[in-house]
Ligand binder design. Structure first.
Ligand SMILES: *[C@@H]1O[C@H](CO)[C@@H](O)[C@H](O)[C@H]1NC(C)=O
Ligand SMILES: *[C@@H]1O[C@H](CO)[C@@H](O)[C@H](O)[C@H]1NC(C)=O
Ligand SMILES: *[C@@H]1O[C@H](CO)[C@@H](O)[C@H](O)[C@H]1NC(C)=O
Length: 530
């Protein structure tokens, strides 16, 4: 019996055994990490300690960002700053499985953001370095610094000494056991590091990864880099603000909204709203980047988002009918999006309540799995709960007249009361529910696609016309008789009626709508799968 395995393999296995032993010795019960938000800034969230079970990570994140005010909004012409956050990350959240790239920032991006993950107590007091932005003066220093050279030399010497000692020890050891039969060596000796990631494979991954780091989207310089690599393919929509294009970024489709240069404020506002901390949600259109390009005489304002080939709910319903489950999925996912917007999340990683102000089937997109996401946040307002104020005071009535709530049409709405805006959203949502329900085919019966009030007002109704129909005559879209014969349609019909009460305070909340639709979805799922 001869041992003709390569020498290196045995050595590897031997080292592996030694290191495993060392790890076992070092393993403790809980891992303690520093935890703070904006750790390096006055007004940042105070340092605390988080303690997690033994498989988790301490993380420190450094981001190059633009100055923001106390509410987290960008300050126009703000300076570049470096922001440091420290966290605990629990393996339970599955966050490393979902974001394998988190701890390995690709080098080309290390000038905008860097992440350090480690697993010993308080190891995240270390902060990773940001590389200098390309083209900056001190770009070339760094790498040839004297102290680093010494450190490298010491490490090399240490490694050589350990290697020689190990080989000598191995020789003695292997001579002694020469006559034993070796077990087969498997590939597990060269375990791959679970933290090692490749380049970001998709934009979504990149955006999710940035959300978990800094909370509000990709750093501005990354956004600009992405924007400048996009190739425009075709126009897919036009509006008063500008055009929407389908574009390509490294083989992926993206939607590019290009604003007229006179619409700079809309562009800035929409980008600002999309970058509200913790806004990202599966039922809110995914924001990727915004950019302004100036060629001297002309400013192009871009807003880049996820692209969905099935386009808006309006187009989708006009083109196709849906099953009962299909209807509930469209309605439930839209309600989830609205509820996430409306909800205030408290805490360092919280989000303010947001009201959309232009909900309609044309501003809701249908994803490939038949669920929806809410788009066009350009008119949205945020609630400043500390001062109980709306973050911008709307000067006039905006939005789409057909979907305007009665209190907006007759100008009785209290514009300083944030709750009013949420109630107006719920009214509009009721109309969208009506549009969806008409296209629900049961036993081959359905209604043709129509906009709300199609039979009561003209195609581009004036405010006065809408006011007469909605406020004076108190009309609402008609509910067909057949809806009373189908349980799900009956519930949806009741929901929409409770959304469009004239008395805004009596309307359902987004949360209530979401819960009702969620339980309908469960019941339908049971019915279909049983
Ligand atoms: C800038 O862009 C606009 C629109 O694309 C174009 O009409 C104009 O000629 C450009 N100006 C210069 C100086 O390139
Ligand atoms: C979305 O569009 C694609 C291609 O046009 C189609 O295959 C898919 O079924 C559509 N999704 C839904 C939910 O209709
Ligand atoms: C539905 O689509 C057709 C064809 O594009 C269009 O002519 C029609 O106006 C649309 N329906 C409504 C209610 O807009």
């Amino acid at each position: 019996m001869t041992t003709n395995k390569p020498f290196a393999m045995d050595k590897l296995r031997f080292l592996y055994v030694i290191f495993t032993c060392l790890l076992v010795v070092e393993e403790g019960e809980g891992l303690k990490c520093h935890e703070c938000e904006y750790c390096n800034r006055p007004g940042g969230v105070e340092a605390t300690v988080c303690e997690q079970s033994d498989q988790d990570y301490c993380v420190s994140v450094i981001v190059r960002d633009k100055e923001r005010n106390a509410k987290g909004q960008f300050i126009p012409d703000g300076k570049d700053i470096e922001v440091i956050n420290r966290r605990c990350k629990t393996a339970e959240e599955g966050f490393l499985e979902r974001r394998p790239l988190f701890c390995e920032v690709p080098e080309p991006m290390q000038d905008k953001q860097n992440v350090f993950c480690c697993q010993t107590d308080f190891c995240n007091s270390h902060v990773p370095k940001l590389l200098n932005p390309p083209g900056s003066e001190d770009d070339l220093q760094g790498s040839s610094q004297f102290p680093e050279g010494i450190v490298v030399a010491v490490i090399v010497v240490a490694v050589v000494v350990v290697a020689v000692a190990t080989i000598a020890f191995y020789y003695v050891w292997s001579r002694r056991k020469r006559n034993f039969v070796d077990e087969p060596v498997t590939d597990t000796t060269v375990d791959t590091n679970p933290l090692m990631g490749s380049q970001p494979s998709s934009l979504r991954e990149l955006c999710d990864w940035s959300q978990s780091g800094s909370g509000s989207g990709l750093p501005l310089l990354v956004q600009r880099t992405i924007a400048r690599q996009i190739r425009l393919i075709e126009v897919i929509g036009k509006g008063r603000y500008g055009e929407v294009w389908r574009g390509h970024w490294r083989g992926e489709n993206v939607a590019v909204k290009i604003f007229h240069s006179r619409e700079e404020r809309s562009w800035f506002r929409e980008a600002e709203i999309y970058q509200t901390v913790m806004l990202r949600h599966e039922n809110i259109l995914g924001f990727i980047a915004s950019d302004n390009k100036d060629n001297g005489t002309w400013t192009q304002l871009w807003l880049i988002t996820d692209f969905y080939e099935n386009s808006s709910l309006f187009d989708y319903l006009n083109r196709t009918t849906v099953t009962l489950v299909g209807m509930i999925k469209l309605a439930h996912s839209s309600a989830c999006g609205m509820a996430h917007l409306h909800m205030e999340i408290l805490g360092a990683q919280g989000k303010p309540a947001i009201a959309h102000r232009d909900l309609k089937s044309k501003n809701i997109l249908v994803k490939n799995d038949g669920t929806c996401c809410i788009a066009d946040l350009g008119l949205a307002v945020r609630h400043d709960s500390r001062l109980d104020r709306v973050d911008i005071l709307p000067t006039d009535r905006v939005g789409t007249k057909r979907y305007m709530a009665p209190e907006l049409l007759d100008e009785t709405m209290n514009m300083e009361h944030f709750e009013s805006f949420k109630r107006a959203d719920v009214y509009a949502f009721g109309l969208v529910l009506w549009e969806i329900a008409r296209r629900c085919s049961v036993g081959g019966i359905f209604e043709e696609y129509q906009l709300p009030y199609f039979d009561m007002v003209q195609s581009d109704p004036a405010l006065e016309e809408m006011r007469r129909v909605v406020c004076v005559d108190k009309q609402r879209p008609a509910v067909p008789n057949r809806w009373q014969n189908v349980e799900a349609l009956r519930v949806i019909a009741r929901l929409m009626k409770e959304c469009w009460y004239a008395n805004a305070a009596a309307r359902l909340t987004a949360l209530r709508i979401r819960k009702t639709l969620a339980s309908m979805l469960e019941q339908e799922d049971v019915r279909v799968t049983v």
